[in-house]
Design a protein around this ligand. Structure first.
Ligand code: JFZ
Length: 312
């Protein structure tokens, strides 16, 4: 275990990426700003599935360049990258074999960005992992969380898990090279057997994988997760990570200019690091597939600071 955790423990700094078709509405629905983080717009705006699906047809981030993303993360001094393979909205950001509701089959873009990033990370020597919303899925009729779509004819959550979650997780762990991390989220209403199966295939298929503490009740995972705010004192947990967005929202919203200052970000990195934890800093690609200038500037500044303050 200690050996398996070594690179992660030494890494201290990683890039989190929230990206999905919610970057099309970018925080606005029918002319209204929908409060909360951009990736929650389907839920907060009570958008029916048939309406939300239309965003996929407008998702065409042609300026996306995986090598540039990975190079920027490296320049910032980050050692690993974790991207949303599927968020709560249920849209798969890779060439999913379990559903056509995915980036290759349902968008004009037709590119598997996870494949591209996996290859770029391999090439440039960055660890690569996935965020996956295993319980909440507002698109599948057996997924957790969609209580607003009146046309949704519900099926059992087992059906959702066996048709979608398990096959997708399996695909992500077998077709994308070495996967360093699996970052589960919002473990709601999961049965013990489902959680066990997810845990089992993950560790069986990628024995060196590192997981967070959000798979299910009985699974502490390999590390604790702090969200948005770091711990005040050094936590008891040996392995932990603070995840935090560089601006206000995890996913891109057009009105989010709430960027943390460069000194704040550097201080946050030092703060977690000095208490023995990792800092997973989130960026939000736009609908064009690039980062806002403010985000790029910040990554470069952190990297420059690190360079100026390291030996050799
Ligand atoms: C979850 C997601 O719902 C959100 O969209 C984002 O992906 C974030 C990283 O994770 O949000 C959470 C999950 C857990 C807590 C807070 C927000 N928590 O335990 O405080």
């Amino acid at each position: 275990d200690k050996e398996r955790m070594e690179w992660w423990s030494d890494a201290r700094f990683g890039m989190f990426i929230h990206w999905g078709i919610y970057t099309v509405p970018a925080g606005f629905y029918k002319g209204n700003a929908i409060s909360n983080s951009a990736e929650w717009i389907m839920n907060k705006g009570k958008i029916p599935i048939a309406e939300y699906e239309k965003f996929a047809k407008q998702f065409n981030p042609t300026k996306f360049n995986a090598d540039e993303f990975v190079a920027l993360a490296k320049e910032a001094g980050m050692k690993y990258m974790i991207i949303t393979a599927k968020h709560h909205d249920g849209f798969s950001m890779f060439d999913s074999k379990a559903t056509d509701y995915n980036i290759v089959d349902a968008t004009p873009f037709k590119r598997d960005i996870l494949k591209e990033l996996a290859e770029a990370c391999e090439k440039q020597g960055l660890k690569f992992g996935f965020y996956y919303s295993q319980a909440q899925d507002w698109h599948h009729p057996g997924g957790m969380g969609n209580g607003w779509d009146k046309d949704l004819k519900r099926v059992s959550s087992d059906e959702y898990v066996f048709e979608k979650a398990l096959p997708e997780v399996k695909q992500l762990l077998t077709e994308y090279g070495p996967i360093s991390n699996f970052w589960w989220d919002t473990p709601r209403q999961m049965t013990k057997s489902v959680v066990d199966s997810l845990h089992h295939i993950t560790t069986a298929l990628q024995p060196n994988i590192i997981t967070n503490d959000r798979l299910g009740d009985d699974y502490p995972g390999d590390h604790k997760t702090f969200e948005r705010h770091g711990p005040k004192y050094q936590p008891e947990a040996k392995y932990w990570e603070l995840c935090q967005p560089v601006s206000g929202s995890w996913g891109y919203r057009s009105d989010d200019n709430n960027f943390k200052s460069i000194p704040t970000l550097i201080r946050n990195l030092i703060d977690q690091s000095s208490k023995g934890g990792n800092y997973l800093l989130n960026v939000s690609p736009t609908n064009e597939g690039i980062l806002k200038m403010e985000a790029v500037e910040r990554m470069k500044a952190i990297g420059a600071w690190m360079k100026n303050n390291s030996e050799a």
